[in-house]
Design a protein. Structure first.
Length: 564
C-alpha cells in the first residue's frame, strides 16, 4: 500500500495533473488607480492605464492561458484515470483515510504554491495593522489578483479533479474539496477583515472598495462551488463533514460587511482631512488651494465607483437604515452562526446597478437624497467653508476675492466635467455657486478699480465753471500712483483658468479704459505740452490695455519689460 501512496502523491504533484493559471488583475474590469494627496497637487488628475495597454495585456494573458491549458489538458487525462484507479483500490482496501490524507497534502501544496505564485502570502492581522500604507496597498493588489485566480481558476480545477478522482465516492470528493479550499478561503477573508480593521484614512478608500467589489462579485462563484460541495444528509454527522460551507458563506458575508463599513468610514474621513488643514499661511498669488485640488480630484475619482459607493452607504452606513449584514458580527468580532441568509444579501447586491438606479429614481421622486449623496454634499459644504476661511488670511481684499474666484472656478469646472457629480449636486447648487462667483468678481472690481475710477469724477474739479488745475494735477498723480501699484502687485497674482483670466481682463478693460480715455480727452488740454504733460499724463489708453492684459500671469517680468 505504501507504493500506491507514493505513486498517488507523485501523480498528484505531477505538473501534467494541474493547470497553469495566469490571471490578469484587470481582466474584464475597469482599471483603477487611487489618487494620493501629492499626485493630486502635482498632476491635478488621476492617471489611468490606457485602454490599448490594458487590452494588449489582457489578450496576451488570455493567449498564454489557452496555450498552457491546451497543452496540459492533452496530457492530464491519463494521469487522472490512474489517480481514480489508485483511489478506488485504496478505499476498497480500507485505506480511505490514508487516501484522503495523501490527496489533501499533495493538492494543498500545489494550491498553496499557485496562490503564492500570484504574489499573495499569509499575513497575520497584527502584521497588517503595523504595515505602512504603501506596502499594504501593494499587498491588497496581490490579494485581489490571488483571490480572483483562486475562484476563477484554482478552485474550479480542484473541484473538477476531486470529482474525477472520487467519482465513485462523491461524498469523499466533496469533503476533500471542502478541506482543500477552506484554509485558503479563511486566509483570504482574514486578510480582508484585517484591512477593514486598519486605521481609517481617506486615501485607503479605493483599495478597500476594490476588495469589497472583489468579494461581492465572487459571491455567485462561491455559491456555485460550495453548493456542489455541500455535504449530503448522511454526511452531516460524519467526521468529514465537520467543516460547513455555510460557515464559509457566513464568514465571507461578514468580511464583505466589514469592508463596506470600512469604506464608509474611509470616505467620511475626507471631512477630517479638510478640517485638519488649519494652515495660517495663504497660498501665494491667490492660487487654487491644495486642499481644494485634493478634495475635488478625490471626489471626481470616487465617482468612478459611484454605484459601489451608493451601495456601501445604503447597506453599511450605521447612521442610516441598518443593513441586515450588520447582524453578521458578534460582540467578539466573529461571525454568528445564525446568519445563513446573509450570503444572499451579497448575491442580491450583484445586481446593485439596477437596484441602485431604481432607488435613486424613487429618492428623486420623493425629493430625497441617498446617504452617499448627503455625504458628498456635506463634504462640498465643508470645503466651501474651508475656502472662505482661507480667504480671510489675505490682508488685501482684492487678492482675497481672486482666491475665492480661483477656487470657485476650479470646483465648478470639475463639477461640470463630471455628469455624475453635477447630477448629484443639482442645478440649484450650481446656480448658487455661479452667483457667488459673480459676486466675488464684482467685489474684486469694486475693491481694486473703484478707487481708480474715482479719479475720473467731475466732482471738485471745477469751481464756477473753471477747471481747478491743482486738483486736476492731483487727480492724474493719484491715478498714476494707484495704477502703478496695482500693476506691480497684481501682475504676480495667479489666475490659472484661462477663461476666468480673460473674463477678468475684459471686464476691467471695458470699464477702466473708456473712462480714462474720456477723462483724458476732456482735460489733457489743460496741461502745457512738453515736460508738464509727460509728468502728469504718463500713460495712453493703449498702455492701459496692454498693462491689463498682463495681469494675473503670476510673473511681473513681462510688466517690467513693457514699461521700460
Amino acid at each position: 500500500m505504501t507504493f500506491l501512496e507514493v505513486e498517488f502523491y507523485t501523480l498528484l504533484e505531477d505538473s501534467r495533473t494541474k493547470l497553469v493559471p495566469t490571471v490578469s488583475t484587470t481582466s474584464g474590469q475597469k482599471p483603477k488607480r487611487p489618487p494620493s494627496f501629492r499626485a493630486s497637487i502635482e498632476h491635478d488628475r488621476c492617471v489611468l492605464p490606457t485602454a490599448t495597454a490594458t487590452a494588449t495585456a489582457t489578450a496576451a494573458a488570455a493567449e498564454s492561458n489557452n496555450n498552457n491549458n491546451n497543452t496540459n489538458q492533452e496530457t492530464s487525462t491519463e494521469n487522472v484515470e490512474r489517480l481514480k484507479r489508485i483511489a478506488s483500490e485504496m478505499i476498497a482496501a480500507g485505506y480511505d483515510a490514508e487516501c484522503v490524507q495523501v490527496f489533501t497534502i499533495a493538492r494543498s501544496n500545489s494550491l498553496d504554491a499557485s496562490i503564492c505564485n500570484a504574489g499573495f502570502e499569509k499575513i497575520s492581522i497584527d502584521e497588517v495593522q503595523r504595515m505602512q500604507w504603501e506596502p499594504l496597498e501593494a499587498s491588497i493588489a496581490t490579494w485581489i489578483k490571488a483571490f480572483r485566480q483562486a475562484f476563477t481558476v484554482n478552485f474550479p480545477h480542484e473541484l473538477e479533479l476531486c470529482g474525477a478522482v472520487f467519482s465513485d465516492q462523491r461524498d469523499i470528493g466533496r469533503a476533500v474539496f471542502r478541506n482543500l479550499t477552506r484554509g485558503i478561503i479563511v486566509q483570504f477573508l482574514d486578510f480582508a477583515a484585517a484591512v477593514a480593521m486598519t486605521k481609517k484614512s481617506a486615501e485607503k478608500l479605493f483599495k478597500v472598495l476594490d476588495m469589497y467589489e472583489t468579494l461581492r462579485d465572487a459571491a455567485k462563484q462561491m455559491d456555485e462551488l460550495l453548493s456542489v460541495a455541500m455535504p449530503s444528509e448522511k454526511e452531516e454527522d460524519a467526521e468529514l463533514a465537520m467543516l460547513s460551507p455555510l460557515d464559509l458563506k457566513s464568514e465571507m458575508a461578514s468580511a464583505w460587511s466589514r469592508l463596506g463599513e470600512a469604506a464608509v468610514a474611509n470616505f467620511c474621513d475626507l471631512e477630517n482631512s479638510i478640517k485638519a488643514e488649519a494652515g495660517k499661511t495663504p497660498v501665494p498669488g491667490g492660487a487654487v488651494h491644495p486642499v481644494t485640488r485634493y478634495v475635488i480630484n478625490y471626489l471626481t475619482y470616487a465617482f468612478e465607483y459611484n454605484e459601489t459607493l451608493e451601495q456601501v452607504f445604503h447597506e453599511h452606513k450605521k447612521s442610516e437604515k441598518p443593513s441586515s449584514m450588520h447582524d453578521v458580527d458578534g460582540d467578539d468580532g466573529h461571525s454568528n452562526n445564525n446568519n445563513n441568509n446573509n450570503h444572499s444579501t451579497i448575491n442580491n447586491n450583484n445586481n446593485s446597478s439596477t437596484a441602485t438606479n431604481n432607488e435613486d429614481e424613487t429618492r428623486n421622486e420623493g425629493d430625497k437624497q441617498s446617504p452617499f449623496a448627503v455625504q458628498v454634499m456635506e463634504v462640498m459644504d465643508l470645503l466651501h467653508q474651508n475656502v472662505e476661511a482661507k480667504s480671510k488670511l489675505y490682508k488685501d481684499q482684492s487678492l482675497s476675492n481672486i482666491f475665492l474666484m480661483n477656487n470657485g472656478r476650479y470646483v465648478m469646472q470639475k463639477v461640470k466635467g463630471s455628469e455624475e457629480i453635477k447630477k448629484l449636486l443639482g442645478d440649484t447648487w450650481c446656480r448658487k455657486r455661479s452667483a457667488e462667483m459673480r459676486q466675488y468678481h464684482k467685489n474684486y472690481q469694486r475693491e481694486t478699480w473703484g478707487r481708480v475710477l474715482a479719479c475720473f469724477k467731475d466732482e471738485g474739479l471745477q469751481v464756477n465753471g473753471k477747471v481747478m488745475k491743482p486738483v486736476l494735477k492731483e487727480r492724474f498723480k493719484s491715478f498714476n500712483g494707484m495704477l502703478e501699484e496695482i500693476l506691480k502687485t497684481q501682475s504676480v497674482w495667479v489666475v490659472s483658468d484661462e477663461q476666468l483670466q480673460s473674463e477678468l481682463r475684459v471686464s476691467v478693460s471695458a470699464v477702466v479704459v473708456p473712462a480714462y480715455r474720456s477723462f483724458l480727452g476732456r482735460f489733457q488740454q489743460y496741461f502745457s505740452p512738453g515736460r508738464q504733460t509727460e509728468k502728469y499724463i504718463k500713460y495712453a489708453p493703449e498702455d492701459l490695455e496692454t498693462f491689463i492684459d498682463d495681469l494675473f500671469d503670476g510673473n511681473a517680468a513681462s510688466m517690467v519689460r513693457r514699461r521700460t
